[in-house]
Design a protein around this ligand. Structure first.
Ligand code: PA5
Length: 486
């Protein structure tokens, strides 16, 4: 499978044109004196002379050494078909017909991947469809926030006797996830009876460590393991994302095929032949050379909104760091901003066109939609709508994408477009892998460790103190200024 062309291509001419027009870069610095198109056509040698190509080459070597050190386990997931097969077997053994609802309990990287897969690959409105329309597969909910309004409402309306909870936590110690797990376990004991709660829970966590692993062993819960070298936000193609996907009937083999074909294409050190390298290098240059550090990820497909939210976490948590790899103070990293075409043309676009030149827009487009809707012609003589009639909704939406990219280009605002053939399981596998590889390349370009997240620890520890966790002191927190209370 890995030799097949990935169903995802990147068009970055606009980015180059935009950066050139907006930032005044000398093309010679970018592509060794050739235009982007020439360079793309002729491949490596010309490109290899460019400044960006040199930077990418260094980053590529850093990523190679991380991989050789075994730190990038996510890259091995598409080839690890035995892990995927075990996950599918677990899904089959759970017997999806026994459950009307599956609830993923997790947060961050333990939730966003499952939500992205559900939204991209299941028919729109999946959870509202009846059993026949869902092919007797369960509804799929993702419960990440311990917000009592929404969590309580979901638990109240589920038939717990026909619900499976997939509790996902790499560390097995995340407060939000454990609080929701305890809540669910308590409710299960009340409704299905003590001793039967375990039939409604499957745990995905570290193979050896953490509270969840201990509970799984003590109570004989079904469980799957996250490989030790696969970090939370890089775990969508591990059992973290694959189990909920398989339970809902998504073809996880094809997902991995798509990821595998993209991974193969990203193995070259030649900049313009490496899609993830090109993406990372251009976005990093836009930030560090041109002050365009806000990276807007804007799909023109409702079903890709979950991917944009997943990518926001991946990009932010991996690249926003206080220190460089050598320990030097850095406080660096781009700000990812998920958006949606076309609605955000009527919200963000004014700012993107005329506001500060601190943004790059990454459009996500598709060559075809799964279905299209013809726009009829009920008012044939009315010039206000005659150009819409006879068209289709997809044609309008996609032309809006093209027009918006061109408008930004004309305004000298950098943008690039990632095109998928269509939003299908192979393309989505390829897209997820593209972004994960781009993230580690971007980490190397920024000179930071993309796999850690030390900045989240202080807030966690203060929360533990406030919650009275043994071993944690209650923190002194200044009282709010009551003068402004209304
Ligand atoms: O990417 C990460 O490591 C984080 O976003 C984690 O996924 C998140 O904090 C949840 O952690 P855990 O899976 O350990 O519960």
């Amino acid at each position: 499978m890995s030799g097949r062309r990935p169903p995802v291509t990147i068009h970055f001419d606009n980015m180059v044109a935009g950066v050139l027009a907006g930032g005044g870069i000398d093309p010679a610095r970018l592509f060794g004196g050739r235009s982007a198109v020439d360079a793309a056509d002729t491949g490596g040698p010309a490109v290899a002379q460019g400044d960006l190509a040199r930077r990418f080459h260094q980053a590529f070597e850093a990523v190679r050494s991380w991989r050789e050190a075994g730190d990038l386990g996510f890259l091995d997931l598409p080839a690890d078909r035995s892990l995927a097969a075990r996950t599918r077997e677990a899904a089959d053994a759970l017997g999806h017909r026994r459950f009307d609802d599956v609830v993923v309990i997790g947060i961050g990287g333990s939730a966003l991947g499952a939500a992205a897969l559900r939204d991209a690959l299941l028919p729109p409105g999946w959870n509202e469809l009846d059993d026949a329309a869902r092919g007797q597969r369960p509804r799929l909910h993702v419960l990440d926030n311990p917000d009592p309004d929404s969590a309580g409402a979901l638990l109240d309306r589920l038939d717990l006797g026909r619900t499976l909870f997939n509790v996902v936590s790499k560390s097995g110690s995340t407060a939000e996830t454990l609080a929701l797990f305890l809540t669910v376990w308590g409710r299960l004991e009340e409704t299905v009876g003590p001793g039967r709660a375990r039939d409604h829970v499957v745990v995905t966590t570290d193979a050896r460590r953490g509270f969840l692993r201990g509970i799984a062993e003590e109570h004989g819960l079904r469980s799957l393991s996250v490989p030790g070298n696969v970090g939370g936000r890089f775990s969508v193609l591990s059992p973290v994302g694959l189990l909920p996907a398989a339970l809902a009937g998504i073809d996880t083999e094809a997902l991995l095929d798509g990821a595998s074909s993209m991974a193969a294409q990203c193995e070259t050190p030649i900049l313009l032949q490496n899609p993830a390298g090109t993406l990372a290098t251009l976005l990093h240059a836009a930030d560090t050379d041109h002050g365009a550090g806000i990276h807007v990820f804007m799909p023109y497909a409702d079903r890709l909104q979950g991917v944009a939210r997943w990518l926001q976490q991946l990009w932010a948590e991996s690249l926003g760091k206080a220190r460089k790899l050598d320990g030097a103070r850095a406080e660096t990293g781009p700000t990812p901003l998920p958006a949606l075409g076309a609605p955000d043309q009527h919200s963000l676009l004014q700012l993107l066109m005329e506001g500060p030149r601190d943004k790059v827009v990454v459009f996500l487009g598709r060559a075809a939609a799964d279905r299209d809707v013809a726009i009829p012609s009920p008012f044939p003589d009315n010039a206000a709508v005659s150009h819409l009639a006879g068209c289709s909704l997809f044609e309008l939406l996609d032309r809006e994408r093209v027009a918006t990219a061109e408008a930004l280009r004309r305004a000298g605002r950098p943008n690039l477009t990632i095109m998928m053939d269509r939003v299908d399981v192979r393309s989505v596998g390829a897209l997820l892998m593209l972004f994960q590889i781009a993230t580690v390349h971007a980490g190397a370009l920024y000179g930071v460790d993309p796999m850690d997240q030390p900045g989240v620890e202080l807030g966690k520890s203060l929360t533990s103190g406030l919650m009275g966790k043994p071993g944690h002191q209650a923190p002194a927190i200044p009282s709010p200024d009551a003068r402004w209370r209304v």
